[in-house]
Design a protein around this ligand. Structure first.
Ligand code: ARG
Length: 458
């Protein structure tokens, strides 16, 4: 097979080595970017007269027809050619003959592969951000549909205070927004052109890197040729951002799994987004959510895999870095899958409102409201906390609800308790009172909903 480096060798490469070092099995995904990068490079070689403009035009034409084939899915990848660069170079040679040999002037696969990868990453980041936005819209829709629903808010997976279900969902919208922000940052780091760094040292030929950057839509060119071929921190940054995003999706999945369990019975998944059991005929399982929950493990693995690969590598390019691609491809694929399926699942899921009422009827959820009631009467927070602690302990001992404590007894705990105290023992009232900025009051939730609708539409 036509290698890009064969002439120095007298012996044929061992077939095991061919197979072991080959990357075409996965870097075929970069085909489009490789062709685009080569087109820009060839144009620059012609413009600067490094190669005759006639050859440049021939190369560009040949590559354009290869690009069309790639886009149609008609390009035939040759498994025997070690990587995508060799594949396209060989295809070009076949198409246009000798002129193809001038394409690799003033570049190396080291700067070529990382250019392809940066272009790929930029496009995938854009796709991912739009998928995250879709999920934010799905969560907004779900929050809006269930705007009046109050549920027990949990800390330590124990009843804490009543919260609006919409408020809970909007917490994820916030997290997803930060995920997008992190990806925007990563995008900026991807948006720098390495091509023209050649193998590691630059070139003595009069190339025009800014011209290539303009053609390929890069904002800047890498300022140090060694850094350009050695750096994979743009990939690591995406993998780190993806890990954090997947962690958020995993937590969301877990919340829904809990809510969907018969013990909570708060959420009903649509049958189209549920699965069954081969043994137990009655089962309707949240496998989709479980796989979303689990996928974060793979994403963390991808990050750790590349961190470990890169650690201690001497500058500049090392073949180790070929293994940056499978984790990156896998992370994007996984996240696209998770985001798509979560969107559909959320849009079709139904909330059991009656059950929300039952769950949030636990009067102990309002214990903190009692503390704040006393604080408003100028009792110190610590003392108020201690008084209400005693009230709770009394009710638990007597096995009665707080609302069943006779008024005279309340007054024994504190003379500051007035009849109005009974009105506090209600989840809706508790939520309505949380008017502080960022709190769970209906006004607060409406303000967030409106804010997000505007922000996401802009
Ligand atoms: N396939 C390699 C990679 O993914 C690019 C080729 C560079 N190879 C080389 N021997 N310099 O990193």
């Amino acid at each position: 097979m036509n290698k890009l480096w064969g002439s120095r060798f007298k012996k044929k490469t061992h077939p095991l080595v061919e197979e072991f070092t080959s990357s075409i099995g996965y870097d075929y995904k970069l085909a489009k970017y490789d062709a685009l990068g080569s087109i820009a490079h060839a144009k620059m070689l012609g413009k600067t007269k490094i190669i005759p403009p006639r050859d440049s035009a021939k190369i560009v034409q040949g590559l354009q027809s290869i690009l069309k084939q790639i886009e149609k899915g008609a390009f035939v990848f040759n498994k025997q050619a070690e990587d995508i660069h060799t594949n396209i170079q060989n295809a070009l040679k076949k198409k246009i003959g000798k002129a193809a040999e001038k394409l690799h002037t003033a570049r190396s696969r080291n700067d070529q592969v990382v250019t392809d990868l940066r272009m790929y990453a930029k496009e995938e980041i854009k796709n991912l951000k739009s998928k995250i936005k879709d999920l934010q819209f799905a969560l907004l829709g779900f929050a809006k549909k269930n705007i009046t629903v109050v549920i027990p808010g949990l800390t330590h997976t124990q009843h804490a205070q009543p919260v609006s279900l919409a408020h809970h969902c909007l917490a994820y919208v916030e997290m997803l927004e930060r995920d997008k922000g992190r990806l925007c940052d990563a995008y900026k780091r991807c948006d720098v052109l390495p091509l023209g760094s050649a193998a590691l040292a630059g070139t003595s030929l009069p190339i025009d890197r800014n011209y290539v950057a303009g053609l390929l839509g890069f904002s800047k060119v890498c300022a140090n040729s060694i850094d350009a071929v050695s750096d994979r921190d743009f990939v690591l940054e995406i993998l780190a951002d993806s890990s954090i995003l997947s962690m958020h999706l995993s937590r969301m999945a877990e919340d829904f799994i809990l809510w969907n369990s018969p013990e909570f019975a708060l959420l009903e998944l649509d049958e189209a987004f549920s699965t069954g059991s081969s043994l137990m005929p009655q089962k309707k399982n949240p496998d989709v959510l479980e796989l979303v929950r689990a996928n974060s493990g793979r994403l963390y693995g991808n990050l750790v895999s590349l961190l470990a690969t890169m650690k201690g590598l001497p500058l500049s390019y090392n073949r180790d870095m070929q293994l940056d691609k499978p984790p990156l491809f896998n992370s994007f694929e996984n996240l696209n899958g998770c985001l798509g399926v979560l969107c559909g699942l959320i849009k079709s899921a139904k909330v059991n409102r009656n059950q929300a009422l039952i769950l949030s009827s636990d009067e102990l959820l309002c214990a903190t409201d009692l503390v704040e009631y006393l604080v408003k009467k100028h009792i110190s927070f610590r003392e108020a906390h201690s008084i209400v602690g005693k009230v709770v302990s009394y009710a638990l001992k007597k096995k009665i609800f707080l609302s069943e404590i006779p008024f005279g007894q309340w007054q024994k705990f504190s003379a500051h308790f007035e009849k109005g105290v009974y009105g506090l023992l209600n989840a809706q009232a508790s939520v309505a009172a949380k008017k502080s900025f960022g709190g769970t009051s209906p006004q607060g939730v409406k303000r967030q909903l409106l804010g997000w609708e505007k922000r996401l539409r802009d």
